[in-house]
Design a protein around this ligand. Structure first.
Ligand code: GLA
Length: 389
């Protein structure tokens, strides 16, 4: 956790003259353990919220506007009250503004102005949900500012709508759900169709969860993400000629084997095969974790990565190299990409006695094959978005 004193000092440094007493909010990033590209197909996902994320320090001000400052981007944005929220959105501001927009539409503008200082310690555009953590921390801060007292699950939905409509990425609910509803020491098993979820103790014995950053930057909105969403919709439309379903994950894997031939385009067939098999793997992985069967859990991670490589085609040289190199190292139970893919991060479960040898091996192979330097982070599960001061 970032030192709160540091955050308060930085707030006062930037918003000179604002002597009102600030409040501080935090929303974590997430790691998806398994269940990739299933959320927008009504399937299961299994994320945890981890210790890195985004902070907001905020206090009321005399100016009738929202003033945002991002420490990470060193950039300031001022939004006068009354001005159309969809106008003037640029760069990172569209993430908080999309959330603000939702609150303003519902409740109108607040009575006084507010200064908001943002600080994030998550690597950006790395597939660890820096965007969702900005949206969720804005949502909990706005909930306070507008005194709306929404349940967390409503804030999760507001953040998702903001991303879909304001930012234009057709993402599912995974990232915001994990960032909002995460539980210390646990991962979540979320049914993205019914939005029901359970918490599972994230107990991996002697194995530690290590994040590996490809350091290959990619913008999700520019990537092929929306294209994959469309391909799944087309596969679903074909399947619906044969079987009465509303979303891909309504089909079990054995039913997919029965009806899959209804999908005309072979590429769409592969996309659907990934989604439906991944949905099964995610439920199996939850059972494995509950049964303390880390070996099985690790195997399912590797199978998930293979399917994302061959059928969903979202891995690429960098993620594949990290996962292959991880699996060559001693003491590794499993590894896979996490998040949308197209760069970003992979994760591995590594025996605590082998971590430095593992890192040395992966670093060497990755540099040789890609010319890039991998970065490692430890991860532990924390609670979701909240006010911390
Ligand atoms: C991104 C999206 C999520 C989810 C994952 C892939 O993180 O924001 O909604 O689709 O990719 O599992």
């Amino acid at each position: 956790m970032k030192d709160i004193q540091f955050l308060l000092e930085r707030f006062h440094c930037h918003f000179v003259g604002n002597d009102n007493s600030p409040k501080v909010f935090f929303a974590p990033g997430r790691i998806n353990l398994i269940g990739e590209h299933t959320d927008y197909n009504g399937g299961f996902v299994m994320p945890l919220a981890f210790q890195l994320g985004t902070y907001i320090v905020t206090a009321p001000s005399a100016n009738k506007c929202f003033r945002f400052y991002s420490e990470n981007f060193k950039s300031h944005y001022e939004h006068p009250y009354g001005l159309e929220t969809s106008k003037g959105k640029a760069d990172w501001f569209k993430y908080p503004m999309g959330v603000v927009d939702r609150f303003v539409r519902h409740s109108g503008w607040p009575d006084c102005g507010w200064d908001l200082y943002f600080f994030g310690d998550l690597p950006l555009s790395a597939g660890l949900s820096s965007s969702a953590s900005i949206e969720m921390v804005t949502a909990v801060a706005m909930d306070f500012i507008f005194q709306s007292t929404y349940p967390m699950i409503e804030l999760v939905k507001i953040a998702k709508e903001a991303e879909n409509e304001f930012v234009g990425l057709q993402c599912g609910i995974l990232d915001m759900f994990a960032s909002g509803m995460g539980r210390k020491g646990h991962c979540l098993l979320i049914d993205c169709n019914s939005m029901e979820f359970s918490t599972i103790p994230f107990k991996t014995g002697d194995y530690r969860l290590i994040i590996m950053n490809t350091n290959k930057r990619r913008g999700l909105a520019d990537s092929k993400y929306n294209e994959r969403v469309k391909e799944c919709e087309q596969a679903l439309a074909d399947l619906r000629q044969e079987v009465d379903i509303d979303f891909l994950c309504a089909l079990s894997y054995s039913d997919f084997q029965k009806y899959g031939a209804a999908i005309n385009n072979p590429m769409h067939y592969k996309r659907a095969r990934h989604v439906i098999s991944e949905n099964q793997r995610t439920q199996d992985a939850a059972q494995a974790l509950i049964a303390n069967d880390i070996r099985r859990f690790g195997k399912l991670m590797v199978e998930s990565h293979k399917s994302l490589h061959s059928d969903y085609e979202v891995t690429g040289l960098e993620l594949d190299t990290l996962v292959e190199a991880s699996m060559e190292a001693e003491g590794v139970m499993g590894a896979r990409m996490t998040g949308a893919g197209f760069g970003g991060c992979a994760i591995a479960l590594v025996h605590r006695n082998h971590i430095s040898k593992f890192q040395h091996h992966v670093e060497k192979v990755y540099l040789q094959k890609t010319g890039l330097k991998v970065e490692f982070y430890d991860a532990y599960a924390v609670n979701g978005a909240c006010r911390i001061l």
